[in-house]
Ligand binder design. Structure first.
Ligand SMILES: Cc1cc2nc3c(=O)[nH]c(=O)nc-3n(C[C@H](O)[C@H](O)[C@H](O)COP(=O)(O)O)c2cc1C
Length: 364
C-alpha cells in the first residue's frame, strides 16, 4: 500500500500531489533590495517535489522586517523576483503559497530608520538579543505601541501584500500568526496590554488576526488562504499558557471561514515540562474540522504515524527539507536523509542552500 504521505490531498481549491509540505523557512538570501534572486529560484525549483511549498516568511512592509536579507512583498521589484519563483515551481508541477509576515517587536530600527522603533501591541521589550541590518547582535529595543489607526493601516498593508502575491503568481497565501511575531503578539496577554478593541478580552485579542484573514479571503477566496498558529511556542519571548481561551475562540471563528488549511506548529516536547499541555493541544486541534497541516520535529516515520492517527492531513518538514531537496522521493524509497548544517541556515550563498545532494543526479 502506498505510504499515506505520498497520496494526494485536496486542500482548499487545489489537490496536492502529496502530503509532504515544505515548511516556511527563512534563509536570508534575498538581494539588497530584499528581492528574491536567481539563486532563490533554483532553491525552490529543487524542492518542487513537495505537494505544497510554503515560502519563507515575506514581510508586508518595511516595518514588518526583522532580519537581514529577508524578501519582501511590498515593492514592484520584489513582486517581479517572486514571479520567477512561482513560474518555475509551477513548471515543475508543484503549488506555492506565500507566507505573509510582520515581525512586530522582533525587529530593530536599523531595518526601517525612517519609521523608527519597531511596533507592537504594547511597549514591552522582548528578552534577549536581535540582529541589526548590519548583522550585529544587539539587545532588543523597547517597541512603540501601535495607535488604533495604525492597526487599521497595517491591515491595509496585509491586503496590499495579498494583492501583490496574486500579481506574483502564487497559488495562495499563508498568514503568519505564529512564532512570536506581530499577530501572535496580539493573541498573547504577555505581549498585549491594550485596552482598545484589539486587547483585553479574548475576542479583542483575536480580532486583528481575524480581520486580516477576512481581508486575505476577500482578495483570494477562502480556499486559497491558510494560517499558521503556534499556541505553545517559546520563540520571541511569547510563551503564555493563559492564551488558550484565545485560541479556542480563534479556532471556532476560523473553522466557520472554511480556509484552505490550518497549519499548526506543535508543542516542542523538549521545552514543555507539564505533560497536560499535550492533552490540551490535542483537544485544541480537535476543535478544528478543516484541513490541518502539522509541523515541528517530524521524521518520515512519525509523520506517517501522525497521519494514520488522523492527527493531521499533511505534514510540513522544515530542516529536513533544507538538506533533502528530494524529500518525498527519499520517503518513498526509505533512503537515508542528508544531515542538515545549521551554520548555513541563515545568510550566505549556495553552500548549505542549493548544494545538498539528490539521491540521483537530476536531469538538467
Ligand atoms: C532556518 C529556519 C527558518 C525558519 N523560518 C520560518 C519562517 O520563515 N516562518 C515560519 O513560520 N517558520 C519558520 N521556521 C520554522 C519551521 O517552519 C518549522 O516549523 C521548524 O523548523 C520545525 O520543523 P522541523 O523540525 O521539520 O524543522 C524556520 C525554521 C528554521 C530551522
Amino acid at each position: 500500500m502506498k505510504n499515506k504521505l505520498l497520496t494526494p490531498l485536496p486542500v482548499g481549491d487545489y489537490i496536492l500531489k502529496n502530503r509532504v509540505v515544505m515548511a516556511p523557512l527563512t534563509r536570508m538570501r534575498a538581494d539588497v533590495d530584499l528581492v528574491p534572486t536567481d539563486l532563490n529560484v533554483e532553491y525552490y525549483r529543487q524542492r518542487s517535489s513537495a505537494g505544497l511549498i510554503i515560502t519563507e516568511a515575506s514581510q508586508i512592509s518595511r516595518l514588518g522586517q526583522g532580519y537581514p536579507m529577508t524578501p519582501g512583498i511590498h515593492s514592484e521589484k520584489q513582486v517581479a523576483g517572486w514571479k520567477k519563483i512561482t513560474d518555475t515551481v509551477h513548471k515543475e508541477g508543484s503549488r506555492i503559497f506565500l507566507q505573509l509576515w510582520h515581525v512586530g517587536r522582533i525587529s530593530h530600527s536599523s531595518f526601517h530608520p525612517e519609521e523608527g522603533l519597531p511596533v507592537a501591541p504594547s511597549a514591552i521589550r522582548p528578552k534577549g538579543n536581535t540582529l541589526t541590518s548590519e548583522w550585529k547582535q544587539v539587545p532588543f529595543e523597547t517597541p512603540r505601541a501601535l495607535e488604533t489607526s495604525e492597526i487599521k493601516s497595517t491591515i491595509q498593508d496585509y491586503k496590499q501584500a495579498a494583492v501583490n502575491a496574486k500579481t506574483a503568481g502564487f497559488d495562495g497565501v499563508e498568514l503568519h500568526s505564529a512564532n512570536g511575531y506581530l499577530l501572535n503578539q496580539f493573541l498573547h496577554g504577555k505581549t498585549n496590554h491594550r485596552k482598545d478593541e484589539y486587547g483585553d478580552s479574548v475576542e479583542n485579542r483575536a480580532r486583528l488576526t481575524l480581520e486580516v484573514i477576512d481581508q486575505l479571503a476577500e482578495i483570494w477566496g477562502a480556499g486559497k488562504v491558510g494560517i499558521r498558529l503556534s499556541p505553545f511556542t517559546f520563540s520571541g519571548d511569547i510563551n503564555d499558557p493563559e492564551a488558550i481561551p484565545v485560541y479556542e475562540y480563534l479556532l471556532k471563528e476560523l473553522d466557520s471561514r472554511q480556509l484552505a488549511y490550518l497549519h499548526f506548529v506543535r508543542a516542542r516536547s523538549a521545552e514543555i515540562e507539564d505533560q497536560k499541555v499535550f492533552e490540551k493541544e490535542k483537544e485544541l486541534w480537535n476543535r478544528y474540522s478543516g484541513t490541518i497541516i502539522a509541523a515541528d520535529g517530524f521524521t518520515s516515520e512519525t509523520a506517517l504515524e501522525y497521519l494514520e492517527n488522523n492527527r493531521a492531513d499533511a505534514i510540513a518538514f522544515g530542516r529536513n527539507f533544507i538538506s533533502n531537496p528530494d524529500l518525498p522521493q527519499r520517503i518513498e524509497s526509505g533512503a537515508e536523509l542528508n544531515p542538515y548544517d545549521r551554520t548555513t541556515f541563515y545568510g550566505g550563498g549556495e553552500k548549505g542552500y542549493t548544494d545538498y545532494p539528490f539521491l540521483q543526479k537530476q536531469n538538467a
